[in-house]
Write a protein that binds this ligand. Sequence first.
Ligand code: C2E
Ligand code: MG
Ligand code: MG
Length: 758
Amino acid sequence: MALARRLWQLQAVGGVAATVVYALFPSSSIGTTAFVLLGVATVSACFGGPRHWGAEPPAAWLLMGASALLFLVGVLIRPAVTDQPMPLPLLADAASFSGYLLLGAFLVVLLRARQGLDRHAVLDGLMVALSAGMTSTLLLAAPAAGVPGRSGVVAAIQGTYPLLDVLVLMLVVNLSFTAKTWPASLVAVLGTMAMMLIGDTVYAVAGASGHIYASPLLNVPFLLAYTALGVAALHPSVLEMSRADRPPVQAWSWPRLALIVPALTMPFVLLAAEARNDWRQGLIAVVGLLVVALLLARAIAAVRAHVAAQLRSEHQAMHDPLTGMPNRKSITSKIERLVRAIDPAGPDRVWVYMLDLDGFKWVNDSWGHDTGDQLVIDVGRRLRTTVPARIPLGRVGGDEFLMVYVGEKPDALRLVEDIRTCFARPFPVINHEVVISASIGLAHAGGDPVGAPVIAEALMRDADTAMYRAKAEGPGRSIIFDTSMHAQVRERIELEVALRVALTEEQLHVAYQPIVRLDTGLPVGAEALVRWEHPERGTIPPMTFIPIAEDAGLIGSIGAWVRKEALRQLGVWRSEGTVGDDFYLSINVSPRQLTDADLPLIVSGEMMRYGVPPRCVALEMTESVMVDGSSLTARVLFELRELGVKLLVDDFGTGFSALGYLRRFPVTGVKIDRSFVIGLGINVEDDEIVRAVVAMSTALGLSVIAEGVETTLQRDALGAVGVVNGQGWLWGKAVPAPEFAERWRVTKPDRTGLVSGA
Ligand code: C2E
Ligand code: MG
Ligand code: MG
């Protein structure tokens, strides 16, 4: 590897040395040997170097190697064949001509690999080529072709060489103008071409004066060209040559002007110098006209490119990159225009719809962000095909879409229905089908030519507020904003701030509600329920602040605090003998807490610290955790179960009908929701539901606890269908720890079991 990295230096030094040797002994066999050695080294470099470095495309450098070989052959045989009878001298030309063709092919392949055929560069190349072509025709090719005594073929060939050079020149201009960076290999290739042009020009000047082969010294530029070519092929940066690094469209630059200006002025200079009034003047005029025409095309292309770039950047500023839909800025200005345009006295109103996908976070968490992105794209597409094309629709946030409609209320509401139905079909993601819904908030306003910008802002904010209200009511809801929501939003924000304070100022405490055996009425455990005593507002129920805590990201800290406090309390009760050895505490956990991979480790540490065995701990979670939980949640649940703690499904029966999760997750029991218990003994249906739940749970080996038992009628009905444990006001509300201990203390030592101390 190290040697391979240095080979190009060897080529450089060796090449220069060979050139010097050749220059010192041009006509001897020493010089010729030096030339041949250099040529062979270079051809091998072309075949081997780029392949070694993995340069793409492989064909390009094979063409270049073959071209170098043909040139070498051409140069070597030229002295031998020049003075031979026809057609032998043509052999040298055949080799050189083919060399040119392959060289051109090399440059074209390279340019295409770089995707470098930039329009400006092509036009620049053409201008330079035309001008240089004309110059060389007048100054070199015409005299060369006109040397008296030459056969037509030789004259044509000698006249063509300068033109071939001009074509190569055009491609080289292209190559250098489409490079953003100039790797050493590119510089070396350009050096090769420069040397070739010099060499050919020298030959052409000699040719114009009647010689075809003058002196071996004329070959010195070609030796240098070979040296540079070998360096280009061996240098590691040969890899970068074919990489597409498109420059930002830089239509006019100094180096470009430095080429274009001479090309442009050349015809006029020549016109001034050319006194003879024959075909030459015609040629100059035509080429001059063509160059000017190209310049014009060039200018137009530059302006077009500029306009296209501007349009592109404007599009980017107004559109969402993921879905290509209009973004918030664009939709805002549309709303503004519509508010300004409609008749304030008319029946039409501007309706703004804020859509937010329900449960999108779970999609992201479970299947990754790529899937989430794909879902957003699909939803955007489906929405776009659902609502009429004239209705502006855009994406304004991760999973938020904004829509504007102008019309009367019934039509506006019909649109909501259309959107709802378009979510009925599932969305295919990877190899799943995701059923997802959107919560929709609507806000509306009448026309107002003056206050449009303010109204547009307000409409979006209000639609947002309504959307959050809709979300709070459950998935797939839609709500129209009304001003009372402002107060609710403010209230919510105030509560969030107060809750942060509550956490640090110990306004939270834990209350304990007994879970009892229905037959004895004695507690087997208790549920720990958080309580918030606000210094001014008094008691704030968990139903109010738990959802806020979940939204505000505070549920983790609150849940952790409750759990620790409850376990500590249980540890104290156990050591004091307040509770029996099997008495357990049931603690609520939020979905968010179960996405913490460290939870099992933390819980196990806490149990150890407070001397609580795992069988005395139950964790309660809602069905949603398992129905739309991620694989991380599943892992956390399994690890928790591994520890030995019970896992209970809270509010069982209220959430989802698919019960497969009961078998897939390590659940140990269910808590029948209060809503089914209320009607027991009165409503036959409720009896049946509870009976079915008990039968199923028994079959699955799950424990059953009935929640919200308030009457003896309910208790007896539960007992009759085989429920063993219950929780409810019949036995006691949730109370602070001292009260609980006072009420439910077991008399110690009592080996017969739990006996109420009260
Ligand atoms: P939950 O887990 O279903 O708790 C049972 C709720 O029913 C408690 O309401 C309890 O006081 C109430 N309840 C118990 N027996 C009866 C009865 O006989 N009749 C009636 N009408 N209600 C009864 P609470 O304490 O207001 O808690 C409400 C919800 O707040 C809980 O429902 C639970 O989901 C959540 N929660 C409470 N504490 C925590 C906590 O520390 N962390 C989390 N994540 N959520 C909690
Ligand atoms: Mg609970
Ligand atoms: Mg419950």
